[in-house]
Design a protein around this ligand. Structure first.
Ligand code: SF4
Length: 483
């Protein structure tokens, strides 16, 4: 779809909004003129002496945009008014009503909290200003209560450690992470672990010199359990040796892919004190697993889950995805019911990203769009079933281009909320990260300012250029000293 920008600087937001209504299309933006004879979305601002004229909407053989006149308001208000005008016009002309209204960011709960602390009525702002549906406003409100309970326990010098293992047995078709098939990457593993060893030592030294206090450890990726049990033992041993774990409140290892899980690996994980793991089926249908190239069966998931359940993990998380190709509402409801029947402490409901789904090989855009509209009903069923079974939403985030413009939501049983997941979304706790593709996010204890240090994305870059990264991480000293 073409997007015409006239007289304003709100291109980024207008582009994001247009994407929600034309999810399968690339948005091409133009200034001043759209290509002749083609449909386009118009966004125009005209400044008069005492007022502003805004025009926004679809222009084609049938549709025309809407206009409003504003008394002079500031730039932020003008941008919001343009967003609302465009949202309403496109909702009318396309029949799509994105439930998060004009919000395009990935952290709606953080925004809800900011509105609350501004002494405004956050629900009213969400509904009237951002056009968020009553159901999503309620979800944000409910989730915020649980997030806040965790955030209030955070002390200014607390931090989390993230360790990245960007390898998986095979690559799922919908994957958005930089993850590498273990077969090709196996030869890099000794050097990867050696570099990670150095980075863990260096990171622990920084934490010690700055007087930071470690409260949560999270191994993610990728799939950390792609490592052998001996490699896991070595790696978790380094964490124990270099970091002070005496204040640790939570230790998580993602064991996402059931085809990587063995009893030995889980024993190693448990023996090093990690109490939380994820074992992710994504769906309880073998044909859907095949469609997404997941490389394991439902039975393999069930076997891995029972091995894990037989050990004394505090919390097992199960991920499900709504909107997978080949799934339908009945099938998804069965997956939700099957997950609940296993009684895990956490269930996370994701919605498939449309962009990535396009890479799944379906050429029929219309079919894909139909499948995605079903995601709304799937998620709705999931939320009701989880609610009835004693789970509450404790963190959520949005990705661009998800089926039905929905969200990913983590649900937990009472007292089983995952702190790290909340910290990463709220951006109020320092996260020191190690490994390829990881990102350190330092939060200044007094000013709240955030400094980011990005590690190299690919393992070979990470290995070859570690000295550069080491230098960059030393800047954390200056950042924390600065007041
Ligand atoms: S298991 Fe996760 S990280 Fe690995 S390929 Fe699949 S989606 Fe990507």
């Amino acid at each position: 779809m073409n997007l015409l920008i006239q007289g304003h600087s709100f291109r980024y937001e207008m582009e994001r909004l247009a994407m929600m209504f034309f999810p399968m299309e690339k948005i091409n933006w133009y200034i001043d003129e759209a290509p002749e004879g083609e449909a386009y979305v118009l966004t125009r601002l005209e400044q008069n002496d005492n007022s502003i004229n805004l025009t926004a909407g679809l222009v084609d053989d049938i549709h025309r945009p809407d206009s409003i006149v504003l008394e002079y308001v500031d730039e932020k208000e003008t941008e919001l008014a343009m967003g609302r005008l465009l949202y309403r016009a496109l909702a009318r002309d396309t029949g799509i009503t994105p439930p998060w209204g004009i919000l395009t960011g990935i952290r709606p709960v953080k925004l809800f909290r900011e509105q609350m602390s501004g002494a405004e009525n956050a629900e009213k702002v969400f509904h009237d200003e951002f056009l968020v549906s009553p159901a999503k406003t309620e979800l944000a409100k409910r989730t915020e209560v649980y997030e806040r309970a965790i955030l209030e326990q955070n002390r200014p010098m607390d931090f989390s450690l993230y360790v990245s293992i960007p390898f998986c047995p095979t690559r799922c078709h919908y994957c958005s992470f930089v993850s590498h098939g273990i077969e090709q990457a196996r030869k890099l593993m000794p050097q990867y672990l050696e570099t990670l060893h150095k980075e863990l030592m260096d990171t622990a030294a920084i934490a010690k010199e700055l007087g930071l206090r470690l409260t949560t450890v999270y191994f993610g990726g990728g799939t950390p359990t792609t490592l052998s049990h001996q490699e896991l033992d070595l790696l978790m041993g380094w964490v124990e040796r270099y970091f002070d774990l005496s204040h640790l409140q939570e230790y998580t290892v993602e064991a996402g892919r059931p085809d990587t899980i063995t009893k030995e690996k889980l024993q190693v994980i448990r023996s090093h004190g990690a109490g939380r793991i994820s074992v992710n089926p994504q769906t309880f249908h073998d044909n859907v697993l095949q469609n997404i190239g997941r490389g394991h069966t439902v039975q393999q998931f069930m076997d891995s889950y029972s091995i894990a359940r037989a050990m004394d993990f505090d919390c097992i998380n199960i991920d499900l995805i709504a909107g997978l190709p080949g799934d339908d509402l009945k099938g998804f409801c069965h997956s939700v019911d099957s997950a609940i029947a296993l009684d895990p402490e956490n269930i996370t409901l994701h919605t498939l990203s449309i962009k990535r789904a396009a890479g799944l090989g379906s050429a029929d855009v219309h079919t894909l769009q139909k499948e995605y509209s079903m995601a709304v009903d799937m998620v709705d069923y999931g939320y009701r079933a989880l609610d009835k079974s004693g789970y509450h939403p404790y963190y959520l985030y949005r990705q661009r281009n998800t089926a039905g413009n929905l969200e990913n939501t983590g649900f937990a049983k009472e007292g089983k909320d995952g702190r790290y997941n909340v910290y990463i979304m709220a951006e109020t706790q320092t996260i020191l990260a190690a490994g390829a593709g990881a990102a350190t996010k330092a939060v200044h204890p007094i000013t709240g300012e955030v400094m980011r240090v990005y590690n190299h994305k690919y393992p070979y870059e990470y290995i070859g250029r570690y000295d550069e990264l080491r230098e960059r991480k030393q800047q954390l000293h200056d950042f924390f000293k600065y007041k």
